[in-house]
Ligand binder design. Structure first.
Ligand code: URA
Length: 434
């Protein structure tokens, strides 16, 4: 079939066979099909969706396009986690060293920022010298030595997702259940893991805005994981306002270090420890969530998790001194303080709008080839439920681009809604799908 016919078939709502998907996407990987035809295909999938069988085929084609790591020669439980994407979501930066210090092997492959959400690879690369492009043998060596490693895509690992992910980011085709499922599950299944915990975000700042679509995505990924023999659990967590107090790459690394030192904000630590406890459950180490959380909190308290983060940074070529001195991370030359124009209780902080502000400040990409500013982003001073006086500091915007200062200040203020009484407290952990 010609690429044109594949696009038309999907546009008209028909299912594609695995052979058709494979021929089309493999040709794209070899640069035999231009971006504009793949963009049209992605948009057709966005509107017409895919059947379960097609989603499985898409995942298999994406998985087969790269290497699959065999970790059978490394002893221990190999468990990973992945988030569907949020604003201020630095959970992976905290959990990888924390779980490795608990004895779990965590072979994590992550992506870059997508849409208004941040990406773990961009955050790690804000650490001076840190290499996310390890070869498979370097990756395995790191896992054997310190039980964890954090990498991005390469020609070897998930090359098809690498290309599709970058294109989806700039063609408004991210928030599609089959495309997210194929992207996440092909990456995770290539890691050689035996268990996986998926953090499916729901709310204003998530790709899935309502519970029904979050459940559909969770179920789609859990079913595929289990069908491939990887014990997979999903937890649906709230993403209405940014997680924690920092949004942006080096700013989030700094906050992750604070969390590993025992000074993390409540919402971020609640999600982190819960997912960690689910990882212990998947590993068969501790079935009780509260007990699991206690164990992990202890590893933060006694400094083990922080020491592991230092080891990880050092092993991957980064400057480990940032752990003691986060001021060695890149910092923005311009800080704009945003003062509240009214007083009252914060009712909501629109995470998507705030993610877009962070992107405009320089932390995310507008185009496929945009350079990001590792230091750009937002430091929140207030969160939903806080009482704020007029002229009190709401946040600091960090950027190197003077021209965006006023525009982002106004956009941030628009994202925050006030009321006379405290809003009802919302749950962070909403539902577990096993
Ligand atoms: N995270 C991914 O890895 N892929 C997506 O498509 C969305 C979030």
């Amino acid at each position: 079939m010609r690429p044109y016919d594949i696009i038309k078939k999907k546009r008209d709502g028909y299912s594609l066979t695995k052979d058709e998907l494979s021929a089309f996407l493999t040709a794209y990987l070899k640069n035999e099909i231009p971006d504009y035809q793949i963009s049209a295909f992605l948009m057709a999938v966005f509107f017409k969706g895919m059947t379960k069988e097609e989603t499985v085929s898409l995942t298999e084609v994406m998985l087969d396009a790269g290497s699959r790591i065999d970790l059978s020669d490394i002893q221990g439980h190999k468990i990973d986690k992945h988030s569907t994407g949020g604003v201020g979501d630095k959970v992976s930066l905290i959990l990888v060293p924390l779980m490795a210090s608990a004895g779990i092997i965590v072979p994590m492959m992550s992506g870059r920022g997508l849409g208004h959400t941040g990406g773990t690879v961009d955050k790690l690369e804000s650490i001076p010298g840190f290499r996310t492009a390890l070869s498979v043998s370097e990756f395995k060596e790191a896992l054997s030595r310190i039980r964890c490693a954090m990498i991005g895509y390469s020609e070897e690992m998930s090359p098809l997702d690498k290309k599709l992910y970058a294109l989806r980011d700039v063609t408004a085709t991210i928030d599609s259940v089959p495309l997210i499922t194929g992207s996440i599950m092909s990456k995770k299944l290539s890691e050689g893991i035996e268990g996986l915990v998926l953090d499916v975000k729901v709310g204003k700042g998530a790709f899935m805005k309502d519970m029904e679509s979050a459940r559909t995505l969770a179920r789609s990924m859990v079913d595929i994981g289990n069908a491939f023999g990887v014990k997979t659990i999903a937890v649906i967590t709230a993403m209405n306002e940014p997680l924690g107090m920092a949004v942006g790459n080096s700013l989030e690394v700094t906050e992750a270090i604070d969390c590993l030192k025992g000074n993390g904000p409540d919402d971020l630590m609640e999600v982190t420890l819960y997912i960690g406890a689910l990882m212990l459950r998947v590993a068969g180490i501790e079935a009780d969530i509260e007990e699991g959380k206690k164990r992990l909190a202890q590893l933060i308290e006694d400094g083990s998790a922080l020491r592991k983060f230092r080891e990880l940074i050092e092993l991957q070529g980064g400057n480990p001194q940032i752990v003691e001195r986060p001021s060695l991370l890149p910092y923005a030359c311009l800080t704009i303080d945003v003062l509240s124009e009214e007083s009252g209780y914060i009712q909501s902080m629109d995470a998507e709008a705030i993610g877009i502000v962070s992107m405009i400040l320089g932390a995310g990409r507008e185009r496929i080839d945009s350079e990001i500013d590792p230091a750009a982003g937002i430091i929140l001073k207030k969160k939903t439920g806080d009482f704020v006086e007029k002229d009190e500091l709401l946040c600091s915007l960090c950027t190197s681009d003077e021209e965006v200062a006023e525009k982002t200040r106004v956009a941030f203020l628009d994202a925050v809604k006030f009321g006379d009484s405290p809003p009802e407290k919302k749950l962070m952990i909403i539902e577990v799908i096993e």
